[in-house]
Structure formats: structure tokens, C-alpha cells
Design a protein around this ligand. Structure first.
Ligand SMILES: C[S@@+](CC[C@H](N)C(=O)[O-])C[C@H]1O[C@@H](n2cnc3c(N)ncnc32)[C@H](O)[C@@H]1O
Length: 486
């Protein structure tokens, strides 16, 4: 039927919020709108077929508005049509309505503030010269949305903030950045535009929880892929030093996978949140938090770990393994208690061989050497991209204090045991986007006082993200050489 309709498919009606330019305080009631359409009032059982087959080219399709609506009578439904004008409907359609024991009625569609998107509301209230862009983009950190409004939007900032808050579930606060991040602690000044002035955030990243005061510390949700990439590259047996740790987005997940971690930040608020996050994630055994300058922290890291090594990595048992282990221990204890030669006092400790045969614990078996405490670092993380390259001098002579303490031979053995000298992961920016490697290696070489070049062991220059037009963030990675650390 619809194919032979003389009028062809009808265009969809448009539904737009009333224009309210000049509104300075948000008046939600001012966005009520009404659209009168025709509806086919049909017996309930016939509404679906009518909508899907007979009248499919005439049915209303508007975001958030169902085509089939209730009627005052429970026996009937109203199928909304695209027009309020009978004459625009083909007679065939009117006949189908009749044949289905229905009739055409007027139907008022009423929508209000809740119906409109944030963009629609702002397009209806902002001055015409500000309509080219949408100021509704934000980055979310826990319950806080932060926007970075351009100057021309500032007179309307509270209204913009309120609309963003209303239209995004899960937000409680909207703030505007007042400056670019160029202070030492990498946090930014902010003004609350709408909602609670509460900066205490709690959020999850990669199965770890983080709590911090967003007005005092650095957090960037855009780095989560990078945090995950680096942590995934670590072995659970590794020891990590993070000298610019923030509130712990590398340190905590690394600790959770088993790594021994020394983490520090110069910002007292970050260092405090880092310590709290260690507890929150129950990684106290693996992650040690400090408040220190990154250079000093790196320089003193070797002796810190050597003098207080991390215990060997103990892989977590699966629940099946744990049960098997517990059963075998019970059996071993019972066997020991039953043996006439075994003194009663030792009944709590099963005989060595019966436990060793379980091979579930990392403790020594006759064929495997006992795992040793972890006495040296395997990785250094330096995520302070604006200046981390200038801290590379801290690796120059890094092992010198240890050579003095225990001598070269002992250090050599320990480095072998650790799997080699540590790998540095140094984040940086470059404006030389065409010649990033040349630029970054030159700056690294100058700071370190040793050549940094692609032929170094485990060298990589990983692109992380663009931070501005013609400015990119990279991660420079290389393994330290004996020449550098001696
Ligand atoms: C870009 S943030 C990175 C934080 C964290 N690693 C992350 O990925 O979210 C850099 C951190 O370095 C800290 N910082 C700045 N200067 C420092 C210094 N000289 N020594 C140690 N930390 C420093 C800042 O307080 C900030 O937390």
C-alpha cells in the first residue's frame, strides 16, 4: 500500500527547543515544547502491524519518542504519524485506518528540559556568534567534569556548567580549568561552575581504586592506556622505581601484579594520596611510598632497595591449588603425628619431602634453587613529560654507592641475578614531530652525559599521544649500560 501512495514517504517532523537567547540563569521551565501530530487510534492488537507494515513510511521517528502510545482507553493505542495535516496523508492510508476499526485523532506531544540534549539547550541559549562550536565537551575524573572553556564562553560558564551537570548522570561537580598545567605539581587551578564544591575523588582504573583531591594533585584519565601498557610489560618478579608517581596509577597496579615498587612524588598531597591508595588497594607488602624529589629519589634508590630488599615474588595460588596444598599439608601433619620417631612438638611442620612434592609454593624444592630476595631495580618510570629528560643525569653513576658498599664482583652477580641493568621509561614532549627520535635522543644524551641512541639495548621510542598541534608525547626507553651507571 505505502509503495503506491501518491504522496510518497512523508518527511519527519522536527522537534527543537524554544530559542531563549539572553538567558543568564538556567530556567528549565522555559524549554517546554509541544508538537501536535495526527495519530491513528487503533485497537491495541492491530497497532503493531499497522506501524510495521501498513504505514511504515508515515510513522513518526523522533529520538526518545515511541511511535506507539497509550490511549485514554486501554483497548486502544495511538500510532503517531509524521504530520498534523490530514491532507498530506494518502487516502489509501486513511482507508487502512478505517478497515482496522480505527480513526485519526490529534495527539499532543509535550517535551520539556529533560528531553533536550546539552547541545540543543546551549544552542538555544547562547548568543548566535557562539554557536559554531559546542562547549559541552569535558573530561571526567570521578564525579568531576572538567571543561576548558574558551574566553568567549566565560560569561556563560555557570549556565554551561549547569547544563553539563544536568545532562550527565554520574557527575556531581563541573569545574573550569583556570590555567594550563605549568606548575611543578602538574595540577591546575579550577573554578566550580556547577554542583558540589567537592574535589575529593574516588575512581577505578584497571581494577585498582584511587582516592585523591583533584584540586591538589595530577590525574589524567587519558593516560590509562599508557599506564596499562607499561604495567603489562613488567614481570611480577620485577622491581620498579617510579620517581614521579603521582597518586600511583603505575605503582599500584604494578604492586598488585606482584612487582616490588618504590614510588615517590614531590607534591606532599600526591605522596599522601599515594600512601592512602597503597592501603586502599592492600598492596602494602609490595609498594613503598615516599615524598621526595625525583632526582634524589633515583640516586638513592639502589641502596634503598639493597638495604631493604623486596621478598621473593610469591605467585598467588588458584583456589584449587590452595585446596590441594591445604589437603596435602593436613595429610603430611597426620602422617608425621602417626610416626613413632617424630617428636610430638614438630607435628605442626610436615616433613620436607612431603611438602616439596606439592611444588605449589615458591619455596625451594630439591631441584630448584630457593628464590632470592629482590635487591635491585629492573625498571625506572619517569612520567613528568615536560622535564623528565633533564632528570636523566640521576642515572650517571647510579651504582657507584653500591660498588663502594659491596664491591664490583658482588654487584655484578646481583645484576645478573636481577636479569640485567634496569630499563628507563622516560616520558617527554617534542615539538619536532617530524624528527622526534633525533630531538629526544639529543636532549637525553645531553642530560645523561652518555650517548642515547637506537643501538642501546632495549631502545624504543614509543609514541603516546598528541598533546597539541605539533606537540607529541613519547616514551623513551633504553636499558642502562655499565658505562652509564659506574
Ligand atoms: C605528569 S604527573 C604524572 C603522575 C603519575 N605518574 C601519572 O601517570 O598520573 C608528574 C608528577 O610528578 C610530580 N613532580 C613534579 N616535579 C617533581 C620532582 N622534581 N620530583 C618528583 N616528583 C615531581 C608531580 O607532582 C606529578 O605528580
Amino acid at each position: 500500500m505505502t509503495r503506491s501512495a501518491p504522496h510518497g514517504p512523508l518527511p519527519q517532523p522536527t522537534l527543537e527547543p524554544p530559542v531563549r537567547r539572553g538567558m543568564s540563569e538556567l530556567d528549565r521551565a522555559a524549554f517546554d515544547a509541544r508538537l501536535t501530530l495526527l495519530a491513528a487510534r487503533l485497537p491495541a492488537a492491530k497497532a503493531n502491524k499497522f506501524m510495521k507494515e501498513d504505514a511504515k513510511d508515515f510513522i513518526v521517528r523522533l529520538r526518545g519518542i515511541g511511535a506507539v502510545n497509550p490511549d485514554t482507553s486501554n483497548e486502544y493505542r495511538r500510532v503517531l504519524l509524521r504530520t498534523g495535516d490530514r491532507s498530506s496523508l494518502p487516502t489509501e492510508l486513511l482507508e487502512v485506518v478505517k478497515r482496522n476499526d480505527g480513526e485519526l485523532v490529534e495527539h499532543d506531544l509535550k517535551v520539556g528540559y529533560d528531553y533536550w540534549t546539552a547541545d540543543q539547550i546551549l544552542q538555544a541559549v547562547l548568543p548566535e556568534d557562539l554557536l559554531d562550536e559546542s562547549p559541552t565537551a569535558f573530561t571526567q575524573v570521578g564525579h568531576i567534569a572538567h571543561v576548558n572553556l574558551r574566553e568567549q564562553y566565560l560569561p556563560h560558564r555557570h549556565l554551561i556548567g549547569q547544563v553539563i551537570l544536568d545532562k550527565n548522570k554520574g557527575l556531581r561537580t563541573v569545574v573550569n580549568k583556570l590555567d594550563s598545567i605549568d606548575n611543578v605539581y602538574r595540577n591546575f587551578q579550577m573554578e566550580v561552575l556547577a554542583g558540589d564544591p567537592d574535589f575529593q575523588v574516588e575512581l577505578s582504573e584497571h581494577d585498582c581504586r584511587f582516592r585523591f583531591d583533584f584540586s591538589k594533585v595530577y590525574w589524567n584519565s587519558r593516560l590509562q592506556t599508557e599506564h596499562a601498557r607499561l604495567v603489562e610489560s613488567f614481570k611480577p618478579t620485577d622491581v620498579i622505581v617510579d620517581g614521579f608517581a603521582g597518586v600511583g596509577p603505575f605503582a599500584i597496579p604494578a604492586g598488585k601484579k606482584g612487582c616490588g615498587v618504590l614510588a615517590s612524588d614531590l607534591n606532599p598531597a600526591s605522596a599522601e594520596a599515594l600512601g592512602e591508595n597503597v592501603k586502599l588497594n592492600k598492596v602494602e607488602k609490595n609498594v613503598r611510598a615516599f615524598e621526595d624529589d625525583g632526582r634524589h629519589f633515583i640516586q638513592t634508590s639502589i641502596l634503598k632497595i639493597w638495604n631493604d630488599p623486596f621478598p621473593p615474588y610469591v605467585p598467588a595460588l588458584t583456589s584449587r591449588e590452595a585446596k590441594r596444598k591445604a589437603r596435602a599439608e593436613r595429610e603430611a601433619r597426620a602422617a608425621a603425628a602417626a610416626s613413632p620417631e617424630t617428636p610430638a612438638s614438630s607435628s605442626a611442620s610436615p616433613p620436607f619431602n612431603s611438602l616439596a612434592s606439592l611444588s605449589l609454593s615458591p619455596s625451594a624444592t630439591p631441584s630448584e634453587p630457593a628464590p632470592r630476595p629482590r635487591r635491585l631495580p629492573n625498571h625506572y618510570i619517569m612520567n613528568l613529560p615536560a622535564s623528565a629528560l633533564t632528570f636523566l643525569d640521576a642515572f650517571n653513576g647510579l651504582f657507584r654507592p653500591l660498588y663502594k658498599l659491596v664491591g664490583e664482583e658482588e654487584v655484578k652477580r646481583a645484576v645478573e641475578e636481577a636479569g640485567g641493568l634496569p630499563v628507563v621509561h622516560c616520558y617527554c614532549f617534542t615539538k619536532e614531530v617530524e624528527e622526534a627520535e633525533k630531538d629526544i635522543c639529543a636532549r637525553a644524551t645531553e642530560a645523561l652525559g652518555h650517548q642515547v641512541h637506537p643501538a642501546l639495548p632495549d631502545f624504543a621510542l614509543r609514541y603516546v599521544r598528541d598533546v597539541a598541534p605539533k606537540k607529541a608525547m613519547y616514551c623513551l626507553e633504553f636499558r642502562l649500560t655499565e658505562e652509564m651507571v659506574r
